[in-house]
Design a binder for this molecule. Structure first.
Ligand code: AMP
Length: 363
């Protein structure tokens, strides 16, 4: 439970001029379409930017105001917070905001109104909480192995924190696990401290779909806005080498995400997509009030049994939403316009302003 008092946030919001709201975010991750979408909905925009990283926001002309800081993490400094409040800012969280500001400071020191649920960010960051939420939602996840001794099939080994897949490896036995841990330590991709925290789960062989949803509090509806799949290095390159040569060169695969591409799914899979999104929203309402408000993402593998297995979730806008800055096949079906995730957030805030319900969207 965060120490930032919701009543205090609401009293800050009460003093805002609702006709002069600024949509603000940290300049990284998905900020281009967050800011662009806000401008399209008629808001003023502000970007908190690390010195030297202004260029994309200037060149794409998405920010009206710049708050330049030495380090990204300075977004939580008191003087920056004051500037944000003075502009009537609502801050949109994203993956880099969480990584740089840090969960503790977002929960305890960041007294600026934020879109969505501040408390839910910890649930995506900590694997046990994430798993608890997905289990309670009855969403199919990869089997988890508590001990490397128990490995009886191909497993994927992961380490804590958002690392974009760095240090992950596959193994099929305890011996292979030990050898690969030693190899990762030698490469300095993991540290000794990480070893006991290794998360071991069933390797799901299938195709990757990262599903981007928006839960509208105003409409009490889960919307499917887009889907992407990932470019991962070096595994994508490795599979282009014939099996015989793969053995010869002895390259170890890695799963570092380097980019995203938009995808659509077989239409017959969409009922499963809505089912898992709806279930997650329902259990989030019970587990961490006010729930999964706003954007969220389920990272999945679809098996050849046409079963969607979810191996990860993001409880805020996910990096893959950058694939539909100008809309996706799915957002077109719903809105008949080029709706990005950023614009969808801004549209919700705009609608809430006109219905006098902004309090419902903010923590
Ligand atoms: P993550 O950091 O959890 O998003 O994972 C990075 C990449 O590792 C994913 O995009 C997948 O390609 C792969 N991956 C993660 N978990 C699994 C799993 N259980 N089975 C197969 N591949 C996985």
């Amino acid at each position: 439970m965060s120490k930032v008092n919701r009543d205090e946030i609401l009293s800050i919001l009460a003093k805002y001029d609702k006709n002069d709201i600024t949509i603000a975010t940290l300049g990284s991750h998905t900020s281009l379409h967050i800011l662009k979408g806000a401008k399209k909905e008629g808001f003023k925009t502000a970007v908190v930017c690390e010195k030297g990283r202004e260029v994309p926001y200037q060149r794409f002309k998405v920010a009206d105001e710049y708050i330049i800081v030495d380090k990204f993490r300075d977004i939580v400094n008191e003087d920056v917070q004051e500037q944000l409040r003075a502009m009537n800012s609502i801050v949109i969280p994203h993956g880099s905001f969480v990584a740089y500001a840090g969960l503790d400071r977002i929960e305890n020191d960041f007294n600026v109104p934020m879109f969505g649920n501040r408390d839910i960010l910890r649930w995506e960051a900590e694997r046990d909480l994430e798993r608890q939420m997905m289990m309670e939602s009855d969403i199919r996840m990869p089997l988890k192995f508590d001990n490397s001794e128990d490995i009886d099939r191909t497993v994927m080994v992961k380490f804590p924190g958002a690392r974009g897949g760095k240090g992950y490896f596959v193994a099929s036995s305890k011996e292979e696990f030990d050898t690969k841990i030693a190899n990762m330590l030698e490469r300095e991709w993991i540290e000794e401290d990480d070893v006991p925290k290794a998360h071991i789960e069933e390797y799901v062989s299938g195709t990757n779909f990262c599903i981007h949803y928006f839960y509208s509090v105003l409409n009490d509806e889960v919307e499917l806005l887009g889907m992407d799949s990932r470019f991962e290095s070096n595994i994508d390159g490795l599979v282009r080498i014939p099996a015989k040569d793969q053995l010869d060169i002895g390259l170890d695969p890695s799963y570092v995400i380097t980019g995203n591409h938009p995808v659509v799914m077989r239409e017959s899979l969409l009922p499963q997509v809505f089912d898992i999104g709806d279930k997650l929203v329902e259990s989030a309402k019970k587990l961490v009030k006010p729930g999964m408000n706003g954007p969220f993402c389920l990272q999945t593998m679809c098996t050849d049994n046409l079963e969607i297995v979810t191996f990860e979730m993001s409880a805020r806008t996910d990096g893959g939403t950058n694939t539909f800055m100008n809309g996706s096949a799915y957002s077109y079906l719903l809105f008949e316009e080029e709706m990005s995730m950023g614009q969808r957030i801004a549209r919700e805030i705009k609608n809430a302003i006109s219905e006098d319900k902004v309090d419902d969207l903010i923590t």
